[in-house]
Ligand binder design. Sequence first.
Ligand code: PHE
Length: 343
Amino acid sequence: MEGLDGLAQDCESRKGQACSLKELEELRIEFLGRKGKLAKAMTELGALDNADKPAGGKKANEVKQRITELMDQMEAELTAAETGRVLSRFDPTMPGRKPWAGSLHPVTLVMQEITSVLAGLGFEYVAGPEVENDWHNFEALNIPPEHPARDMQDTLYVSDKIVLRTHTSGMQVRSMLKKQPPIAVIAPGKVYRRDSDLTHTPMFHQIEGLLVDRNVSMGDLRGTLTVFVRQIFGAGTNVRFRPSFFPFTEPSAEVDISCVMCGGKGHQKDGSPCRVCKGTGWVEILGCGMVDPNVFKCVGYDPEQYTGFAFGLGIERVAMLKYGIGDLRMFFENDVRFLEQFA
Ligand code: PHE
C-alpha cells in the first residue's frame, strides 16, 4: 500500500523531467506500461490478506488515475510549448506563394473565340462524330472513290467504309439531313490525317461553317468571312480570295489575310523577307466556296431553290498566327512552360 502511495509521488516529482513528447512516452511506459511500476505494484497486492484486498484495489485505482492525470497534463503542456516554438519561427508578414492556376489550352482559347464570333453572326453550334462513315466524309461531299483524298496515304481507315474524319465537312451533310433551310451552323472539332512532320500532325482541329438559304451569294460569303477575319485578327486586316478547288464547293476559294507578322509588307524592319509569309505579305487561313449542287442533291435540298456557302479553317493555324507560335508541335507536347503563357 505504501509502495502505491510512493508511486504517485514519484511520478509527480518527475514532472519536469520529460522535455519532449517522446520522453513523455518513455515515462508513461515506465509507470503505466504492461511491465511498468504500477503493474508491478499491483501484482504485489496479491500478497495482501483477503480482508485488505478491497482497500488495496481501491488505492491502486486511485493511483492509476492520478498518474494518468499527471501524464495528460504534461502532454498538454508539452504540446502547447511545441506549438509556441513552431509559431515563433513563422513570419506572418512574409509574402505568400502564389498558387499556380491552370489555364485553357491555346487551341481551346482560339476555338472558343472563333465560335463566339461566329455565334455573334448567327451561326448555331453543332457537334458530330470523329469516327465517320465513308458516305458522310467523302461520297455525299462529291468526293468520288478515285479521288486522291481517299488514298490510304492520307486517310486513317477504321475499316473498309469507316474512317477517322479527315475534315469537319461531313458535318455539312449531317446538318442538312437534319434540318431544312434556312440553316447556319458551325461545327468545330478534331480531324485526323495520315500526316506527321514539322507542319502536320495526325490530329488537328477545324471549324466548319455552313449557311444555306434562298439567294445566298458569293458576296455573302465574302462579307461574312471578312467580318469574321477582322474580328479575330484586327480591323486593319486585309482579306483576299484566291480561286481554288474543293469537290464539294463550286466555285471554291482559299482566303488569305495580310500577314500578321509584317503587316502585309512582306519584309521585316531590317529589310529581310518576313519568315511567316515568306515575303509575300499574305498568309492562307481557310478554304471556302459555294455549296456544290451535287451535295444539295445528296441531302435532298433542291439546288434550283437554294444556294449556300461553306468554309473550313484549321484552329492550330489560326492560333499560330494569332500568338506568333513558330512550331506546330508545341500544341501537343503539353510543356507547362509553354501552356502557362496563356493564363
Ligand atoms: N474541308 C476542307 C479542308 O479540310 C475545307 C473546306 C471546308 C473547303 C468547306 C471548302 C468548304 O481542307
